[in-house]
Ligand binder design. Structure first.
Ligand code: NAD
Length: 256
């Protein structure tokens, strides 16, 4: 379905981003990966799906590096047809003790990076009258949780940016939508499980049950594969007129 298209997925060396990159690759899209840590493993996993894969190590908190990454995608594949703004970090603390430097980092990586990648990728999509921008927000783009001020503010911002991007391109073939996952067991959430287990002196399994029980009625994690399937739907012709939605996959979290 996506043969001949190029997808750039930010923060795709791990977790949800890698899951979405693989789902798009399985539909034939060439992939530009981005993110920190092991690169060769994720590259091999995507290449095994029979598509071309490239990598750019832009730090998503740095606009000049984001610009270099979009230029790299242009030079390698001719441009970005599908942009998945996924890179993100978390920091958990009450507002009065929230480190200012962590606030700035969360806003830069989770929100401003999506603005920069979007503004730089849009002209190519507009010229072709086809494009898909998928913003990985969070259920925290729809509701709040204590001790996550920067994350919740950034993700609500991402949902707002999604609506404006969709509206500004509404009469064209360029769509923009957001995905709002509940808990997904990636390194980002494993850290929160570990912190809970350590703070309460409980087992990892008990901490996991507690984490799910507090927020997610299904008592199940959403998987990167399920989120990848939703991203593929947003790229399909069936989704031509799906514009500016924030679609949660959260086990009922936001339905409460
Ligand atoms: P993860 O930690 O597994 O992956 C994050 C990715 O972003 C990694 O590839 C990492 O290298 C990359 N990254 C981090 N900082 C970066 C930077 N400055 N520049 C470039 N890349 C950077 O996390 P994840 O759970 O897969 O999260 C992916 C996205 O999904 C995030 O935006 C997160 O907020 C969102 N999300 C996650 C959950 C969850 O439960 N895991 C729920 C809702 C939303």
């Amino acid at each position: 379905m996506l043969k001949g298209k190029t997808a750039l997925v930010t923060g795709s060396t791990s977790g949800i981003g890698l899951g979405i990159a693989k789902a798009l690759a399985a539909q034939g899209a060439n992939i530009v990966l981005n993110g920190f840590g092991d690169v060769e493993g994720p590259k091999a996993e995507v290449a095994a799906l029979g598509v071309q894969v490239s990598y750019h190590g832009a730090d998503m908190s740095k606009p000049a590096e984001i610009e270099a990454m979009i230029e790299h995608a242009k030079a390698t594949f001719g441009g970005v047809d599908i942009l998945v703004n996924n890179a993100g970090i978390q920091h958990v603390a009450r507002i009065e003790s929230f480190p200012v430097e962590r606030w700035d980092a969360v806003i830069a990586i989770n929100l401003s990076s999506a603005f920069h990648a979007t503004r730089l990728a849009l002209p190519h999509m507009q010229a072709n009258n086809w494009g898909r921008i998928i913003n990985v927000a969070s259920v925290h783009g729809l509701v709040g949780s204590a001790e996550k001020s920067a994350y919740v503010a950034a993700k609500h911002g991402v949902v707002g940016l999604t609506k404006v991007t969709a509206l500004e391109n509404a009469t064209s073939g360029v769509t923009c939508n957001a995905i709002c996952p509940g808990w997904v067991l990636t390194p980002l959430v494993q850290k929160q499980v570990d912190a809970k287990a350590a703070a309460q002196g409980i087992s990892n399994a008990d901490a996991t049950r507690q984490l799910l029980g507090e927020k997610e009625p299904s008592m199940q994690f959403t998987t990167p594969e399920e989120l990848g399937a939703l991203a593929v739907f947003f790229c399909s012709t069936a989704a031509n007129n799906v514009r500016g939605v924030a679609w949660n996959m959260d086990g009922g979290w936001a339905a409460q």
